[in-house]
Ligand binder design. Structure first.
Ligand SMILES: *Cc1c(COP(=O)(O)O)cnc(C)c1O
Length: 375
């Protein structure tokens, strides 16, 4: 039996909700979309949110809503999935990487402050492993330079910072509902913002930039069939079938958070005696919903420990190779050494199994193997 690093938790109600949509009239663009959007907005603590068909689409729609365009700069972290940078580049932006804080793995506000200029349109932070970035400082730095703060909260739906839900703090927040994330709709994502106008722009981008409301059309008398495109967009729609799963999953978020917190605590108790391991830090003013359990292995032993766990059926991961190490970035002129803290973090990191349905006995097996490896 293998133990993955992450996986979904699907119950009979989740299955029933999907089957019910399949028996109905709307497979897509039906009533479940608005219902899921209301549920996401409620969780994010905002008046409105829009759902899209992946976390990558959510990031792309958020950059488009921020009106990022050719010649703009986006500052982001290298300790993330490539989509955080790639979607900005798809809109023509130039990406600059700022280094991370060594304890949380999140974007370091001091590095952002040193790099930001009037070319910077967006600062894109990631809530690494579910721990919210230093959002208030990043907001002040971004706004001080006329930029917006985008939060890639693919790891962090359900997390709070100073009591406020992730989704309500940054100018734009992007969520992912991929199966390994805190909740799932199979594929899926969402964009929230405290500013309803930004959400509406992301919603338009999701469906070709199409405007159906006559009051907002340039040529409202064209005819009853008329929908007009005033800005470009794509088809990033999330079908009703998947919204139904998302609605049921988001209602289970408190259950998921309780279970993930229990996994976090059991690792802390079981691993804190291992001197070669650094366990994830948690700042006192945040309440993370942990998506990953990132440990760091000192003394150049990461590879040995990683291989040993994999050989024993524990399918650990490494999150993440610094984005600019990918050949496509190297070919654009990015060079290793740019963000030494992130590079060191990457060299030491292993993501241990972390998901709601991880059993205590499976988790104890992981803890035991780590003791064997590092004894
Ligand atoms: C998963 C993830 C994404 C992309 O989300 P998808 O739903 O897989 O497209 C973006 N950023 C981060 C940090 C992620 O973990």
């Amino acid at each position: 039996m293998t133990i993955p690093y992450g996986r979904q938790s699907i119950d009979e109600n989740d299955i029933e909700a999907v089957v019910e949509v399949l028996r109905g009239d709307w497979l897509t663009i039906g009533p479940k979309v608005a219902e899921f959007e209301r549920a996401v907005a409620e969780r994010a603590g905002t008046a409105d949110a829009t759902v899209v068909n992946s976390g990558t689409s959510a990031l792309h729609a958020a950059y488009a809503a921020a009106r990022v365009t050719r010649g703009d700069e986006v500052i982001t972290t290298p300790l993330t999935f490539v989509a955080t940078a790639a979607t900005a580049m798809a809109e023509g932006a130039t990406v600059t990487f700022a280094d991370i804080e060594p304890d949380t793995g999140n974007l370091d506000p001091d590095h952002v402050a040193a790099l930001i200029s009037d070319r910077t349109a967006v600062v894109a932070a990631v809530d690494y492993a579910g721990h919210p970035a230093d959002l208030d400082r990043l907001l002040a730095i971004a706004h001080g330079s006329g930029a917006l703060l985008l939060e890639d909260a693919a790891h962090a739906i359900g997390s709070t910072a100073q009591g406020r839900p992730v989704g309500s703090i940054a100018d734009l927040t992007a969520f992912s509902f991929f199966p390994t994330k805190n909740m799932t709709s199979g594929e899926g994502g969402a964009v929230s913002s405290p500013d309803p106008a930004l959400v509406e722009r992301a919603r338009r981008f999701r469906s070709h930039g199409m405007v159906r409301d006559r009051a907002e059309q340039r040529y409202p008398d064209e005819g009853p069939w008329h929908q007009e495109v005033q800005s470009l967009g794509l088809n990033y729609r999330l079908p009703d079938v998947l919204c139904a799963l998302g609605i049921n999953q988001i209602a289970r978020l408190d259950e998921f958070k309780r279970k993930r917190t229990a996994v976090f605590e059991r690792y802390r108790e079981g691993l804190s005696d291992l001197d070669l391991l650094t366990l994830p830090a948690r700042h006192s003013d945040v309440d993370p919903m942990w998506h990953l359990y990132p440990v760091r292995v000192a003394d150049g032993q990461r590879r040995r420990v990683f291989d040993m766990l994999r050989e024993n059926g524990v399918l650990v991961q490494v999150n993440y190779i610094p984005v600019y190490w990918h050949p496509v970035f190297e070919d654009l002129g990015y060079r290793r050494g740019e963000c030494p803290v992130a590079e060191q973090y990457y060299r030491e990191e292993i993501s241990l199994p972390m998901y709601a349905d991880l059993t205590p006995s499976d988790q104890d097996r992981v803890i035991e193997l780590l003791h064997t490896a590092l004894a």
